[in-house]
Design a binder for this molecule. Structure first.
Ligand code: MIC
Ligand code: SF4
Length: 641
């Protein structure tokens, strides 16, 4: 039987393990990317490793998240990132150059290469045929130092695309349909590989929209083949020489199959507060809308915004709607300015924002109390917009633009669109906002502002672990619940003592105080605990507050890895009914931790109720030593000593 594309790329990069589904493998990483909100920590960790220069083929540091400079903190971090990049051999994409995933696709992505990024939407690169995976900053730091990336060998799902999208249906609707079918935990342990005759009808930016938002399935990543469409994209970016054809074998085997008829799709919307709460726009049409925002790494490409302009041209934004538009990159922005499309957007009444993540991560444009906000983004988690009472709906650009004019949620099928926007033959290429590493790195001094605090280090796990249940939460808790972002908290990303005060603050503002007082704590969670972002702060800050273990029904991939990296024990219930028998403030005890970890299950004593229950760990021997040593940095230090 033939091989699928995913297995071909993994095989070409495999450095340890066997490609057996569910077992731990390690792969070589060709490229890395970081963004500023996770990057400061990643580079502090890289510095701690003592490697003089990155060992990857290419590493890029982007500034796109923390760009609202309401105090010195973010600007200080940018300066730190720029000097670290110069010193250690990393390309630096300046603030204003665009969102990391959009710029990486345009200027650096190469089919068949592996990309590890400290951002969960790194799979955007799958649109160009890369094996692009999101991870915690520490894993990315290790990869920059030349170390492999460890992951569980995933199942490969064949997503067969048939037919062709109607002019008013977009790539966003394809991924919303996948989310509707698989849910936010349906992709855990899987890679989605897109195949079939429908693939060639989608441009690279459209493919990238689909692989980008595959992150919301909890998937390891998503990937498209590299074909003539990919070649045309690279040629338009003046990088045709980097193209290689990459296809699955004709008789390739897959673990599962999903068939999607593109011709049958209609405009879809994800309702509050989850990307998988998907319905046809038609069913929700007429809902009064207060805000529309178009942008983010999912839907801010040149073709997306030209389509938006085609809908807005000659019309005005509804008087009750605030429309904001953030182009995804400087390339997109400048092209819109030069061909006059920007003028159409301005004339319609759009508020044009910087080419950054912006409102997607709560950096400005928080909606009004109880407002309905329609966004072309990928996440609508509770509170993420900055307004807890707001209701955020996720749609494609056509629906968003039509809605901005009508003032109510509007199905784009009635717009009379007859063609889809074609990808340009030539993009405007100007890399002057990407600074190459210094020619004389020894002369570069890394500049650290007062907001950059040293990395806290964990201690070894004790033989008998005694800890109080600090909080008990339900299914699908996101990292935005655990460690919120937004304009107020994000500037503290390089200051763990300060940011830790906000852990779980949206659910229980007393958490941080109680955790500190308890000294040693446990978090109890439901299914898919820690879904969403790659932010390791959702492990690092709880660790700083004394959290020693998380007992959940199941975990999201990146958060599970981050817990291990910082020495917090991730455990799952053997019998899910035991979740109901634990209460906040119960005292739990795990005896003989190391010998129990040598087996598959552990006994937990609930000292408060007098009951015992069983938990499971699915850690490899390597991960067991990392976690018991108090995290990867301690573990590495111990091994080197
Ligand atoms: C997000 O979309 O949640 C973020 C902000 O890009 C995060 C990274 C972060 O928290 O810094 C992600 O997706 O990993
Ligand atoms: Fe930025 Fe939003 Fe994309 Fe995260 S999802 S990288 S915050 S645009």
């Amino acid at each position: 039987m033939g091989q699928n594309l995913t297995r071909k790329i993994i095989a070409a990069h495999l450095v340890a393990g066997e490609m057996k589904t569910g077992t731990e493998i390690a792969i070589r990483i060709d490229q890395t990317l970081t963004q500023d909100a996770t990057g400061t920590m990643a580079y502090l960790q890289f510095e701690a490793m003592g490697v003089p220069r990155v060992k990857t083929e290419l590493s890029v540091s982007y500034v796109d998240h923390n760009t609202l400079q309401t105090g010195f903190e973010n600007a200080d971090d940018h300066r730190f990132l720029q000097t670290v990049a110069a010193k250690y051999g990393i390309y630096f994409s300046r603030p204003g150059n665009g969102i990391c995933h959009q710029v990486h696709l345009e200027r650096f992505g190469v089919p068949g290469k592996t990309l590890l990024g400290s951002d969960s939407h790194t799979p955007t690169g799958g649109g160009i045929g890369m094996l692009a995976i999101g991870a915690g900053g520490l894993d990315v730091a290790v990869a920059m130092g030349g170390g492999p990336f460890y992951l569980t060998m995933p199942k490969v799902v064949k997503v067969e695309l048939l037919g062709q999208l109607k002019p008013y249906v977009s790539a966003k609707d394809v991924i919303l349909e996948v989310l509707r079918r698989l849910t936010v935990k349906g992709g855990v342990g899987k890679i989605l590989e897109y195949t079939g005759p429908g693939v060639k009808t989608l441009t690279v930016p459209e493919r990238a929209t689909i692989t980008n938002m595959g992150a919301e399935l909890g998937a390891t990543t998503s990937i498209f083949p590299s074909d003539e469409v990919t070649r045309a994209f690279l040629a338009a970016q003046q990088r045709e020489e980097q193209w290689v054809e990459l296809l699955p074998d004709e008789d390739a085997e897959y673990d599962e199959t999903l068939v999607i008829d593109l011709s049958a799709l209609e405009p879809l919307v994800a309702c509050p507060h989850s990307p998988d709460a998907v319905k046809p726009v038609r069913e929700m049409a007429g809902l009064k809308v207060d805000q529309v925002i178009i942008g983010s790494c999912t839907n801010s490409s040149f073709t997306d915004l030209v389509q938006v302009a085609n809908i807005l041209r000659g019309k005005k934004v509804h008087p009750d709607v605030s429309l904001a538009i953030a182009p995804g990159s400087r390339q997109v922005f400048e092209m819109l300015a030069r061909n006059g499309v920007l003028a159409d957007l301005i004339a319609a009444g759009a508020r044009i924002l910087e080419t950054t993540c912006g409102p997607c991560i709560g950096m400005g444009q928080a909606p009004a109390t109880n407002a309905v906000s329609v966004r072309t983004f990928n996440r609508n988690f509770y509170g993420r917009s900055g307004t807890a009472s707001a209701k955020v709906y996720l749609t494609g650009p056509e629906t968003a633009a039509a809605t901005a004019i009508a003032g109510v949620l509007t199905d784009a099928s009635g717009l009379g669109l007859t063609t889809r926007v074609e990808m340009p033959q030539q993009f405007l290429v100007d890399d002057s906002m990407i600074i190459p590493p210094a020619a004389e790195p020894d002369k570069v001094e890394v500049v650290r502002g007062p907001n950059i605090k040293p990395l806290p280090v964990n201690t070894e796990l004790p033989e008998t672990l005694q800890a109080s249940v600090l909080i008990k939460v339900e299914d699908n808790i996101t990292t935005d619940h655990i460690m919120p972002a937004g304009a107020k908290i994000l500037p503290l990303r390089s200051n763990i003592p300060a940011i830790s005060a906000y852990v779980f603050s949206q659910i229980d503002p007393t958490f941080a105080e109680r955790a500190k007082a308890a000294g040693s704590g446990v978090v109890v969670g439901g299914h898919n605990y820690g879904q969403g972002s790659s932010r390791e702060h959702a492990a690092l800050a709880p660790m700083y507050l004394g959290v020693k273990a998380v007992i959940a029904k199941s975990f999201a991939r990146i958060h599970h890895a981050n817990l291990v990296n910082f020495g917090i024990l991730p455990l799952t219930f053997v019998n899910e009914a035991d979740y109901d028998r634990i209460n906040r403030d119960d005292k739990l005890e795990i005896r003989n931790l190391r010998s129990q970890l040598a087996g598959e299950t552990l006994t937990v004593h609930n000292l408060t109720t007098g009951e015992t229950f069983m938990v499971r760990h699915n850690l490899s021997p390597r991960q067991i030593s990392i976690v018991t040593d108090g995290g990867l940095l301690n573990h590495t230090r111990k091994q080197n000593a």
